[in-house]
Design a protein around this ligand. Structure first.
Ligand code: BES
Ligand code: ZN
Length: 440
């Protein structure tokens, strides 16, 4: 959490001075699950409107550091419900806005909206995300093997000193991933695994493509970064095992490919599984790819980001990022958990800055979701150190397994088209007995 976090806090310091009463600490939004008092409501509004209300003598909630959250030129804040009329009137009279703000059910929802308003081109919601493929989900999920996940983490974190984007071992590890993925796809003429070369540095990204059978132009991206970093990176042999960050994400993606091929799964939409180069140097690989896709008009309908999946640092099993993500897709992923892994508990969190490759896609207007291993701040304390190894992960892949199941379910449910809806009469969560039309 170096470069960008620092850069961001400089920028925030500037904005805080500018709009003196606001907090930009979006990470605090993470712990926003406390229920709201009935007499209070979260709203989002323009920073200009927020300032104007203050000039009008409106006193914002002092229990919130600075009065709320500021992202770009929009603010999320909490106000007494009885004051809504006053706010409507003030914004109408002075800014001619009607009403000039949005009300939200929770702090997390309000903060997520803030980030989305920064990117009005977000194409989320252009397809309907529906859960109706329990047969295929179960066929794939039942094949997921924790030992396989652990073996991939182990290989990547021990066979190379590091996976740095400028060093030979960074290239070798990417090539190994491509070879693994290609191996699973043998005998499938609809599946390819390729290196994606970048102009400015040695390490390639890796992309496996399962060509969609009926809607090939609608693309689902499942990704995570394949590089690693730790101090001493100018030495080509420096030690950066990156077992959790992010061999664990690559291992989950690898397992998703393995079970899909093993079960003979063929998506109707195109599925692209990506290992990104150079994330630790500033989201370099994913930014170039997302930019390339946008320039070429590629219709990406969902992006799942997996970065750090195997350290259980929180009481909850998963924490969904509310920043630089799409709320509709995030809700869908939560629904997938509630449907297929109801024993798990999830919560919301935020990095407060573009901490991983989901931000690259979000910036290009594509809908992204990122389930994280823990609430931000409770994540693996060994990241970016020589101690990010399988042993500090407890020598098992129990936590990553949950992410493998979620990634599998998302690939299947978005990958297969919603014809099953026709047969959904009488369908209830957990009751799949009447399901027959699309059994694998
Ligand atoms: N895996 C981290 C991001 C992360 C940290 C996710 C903690 C969840 C919890 C990622 O690889 C990383 O280190 N990102 C950088 C920023 C990037 C733009 C260089 C960071 O967080 O400083
Ligand atoms: Zn990472």
């Amino acid at each position: 959490m170096h470069v960008s976090a620092r850069r961001l806090s400089l920028l925030s310091a500037f904005l805080v001075v500018l709009l003196s009463t606001l907090s930009t600490d979006a990470a605090r939004a993470a712990d926003s699950s406390q229920p709201m008092a009935d007499d209070e409501v979260w709203i989002t509004l323009g920073a200009d409107a927020f300032e104007l209300l203050q000039q009008d003598g409106f006193r914002f909630d002092q229990r919130l550091a600075g009065g709320g959250h500021l992202v770009g030129n929009a603010v999320a804040t909490r106000v007494p419900r009885v004051d809504l009329d006053f706010i409507v009137e003030a914004l109408h009279d002075q800014l001619n806005r009607c009403p000039g703000f949005f009300a939200h059910g929770s702090e997390a929802e309000a903060v997520q909206t803030l980030y989305e308003t920064q990117n009005p081109s977000t194409r989320g919601g252009q397809i309907e995300y529906v859960i109706n493929q329990p047969g295929w989900v179960q066929a794939l999920e039942s094949r997921i093997d924790k030992a396989q996940i652990l073996a991939t983490i182990e290989h990547l974190s021990t066979e190379y000193n590091n996976r740095f984007y400028q060093h030979p071992s960074g290239v070798a590890s990417a090539t190994w991933i491509r070879d693994q993925w290609q191996g699973f796809a043998q005998g499938r003429d609809d599946v390819t695994a390729e290196l994606y070369d970048h102009a400015g540095w040695a390490q390639p990204s890796v992309i496996l493509t399962m060509e969609g059978s009926t809607l090939p132009d609608e693309v689902i991206v499942l990704g995570g970064h394949l590089d690693s970093i730790a101090s001493g990176s100018s030495n080509p042999n420096f030690s950066a095992p990156g077992a959790d960050d992010n061999a664990s994400g690559i291992a989950v993606l690898t397992e998703v490919i393995r079970v899909a091929m093993d079960a003979g799964f063929r998506p109707e939409r195109t599925v692209k599984v990506m290992g990104y180069a150079g994330e630790e140097a500033g989201l370099l690989g994913s930014q170039e790819i997302a930019d390339d896709f946008n320039d070429n008009g590629v219709n990406v309908v969902a992006v799942l980001q997996l970065d750090m999946t195997n350290y259980k640092g929180s009481v909850q099993d998963m924490a969904f990022l509310s920043d630089y993500t799409n709320s509709t897709l995030t809700q869908f992923a939560k629904d997938l958990i509630d449907t297929y892994q109801p024993e798990l508990a999830w919560t919301n969190t935020a990095c407060g800055y573009g901490c991983s490759d989901h931000a690259s896609w979000h910036r290009e207007g594509y809908p992204a979701v990122m389930p994280s291993e823990a609430i931000f701040g409770q994540h693996n304390p060994w990241l970016h150190t020589t101690s990010d190894t399988v042993s500090t992960l407890g020598n098992n892949a129990d936590h990553a397994y949950k992410f493998a199941r979620l990634a599998t379910a998302l690939m299947v449910e978005v990958g297969l088209v919603n014809v099953g809806q026709l047969f959904l009469d009488g369908f209830e969560t957990g009751d799949w007995s009447q399901w027959s039309s699309t059994e694998p």
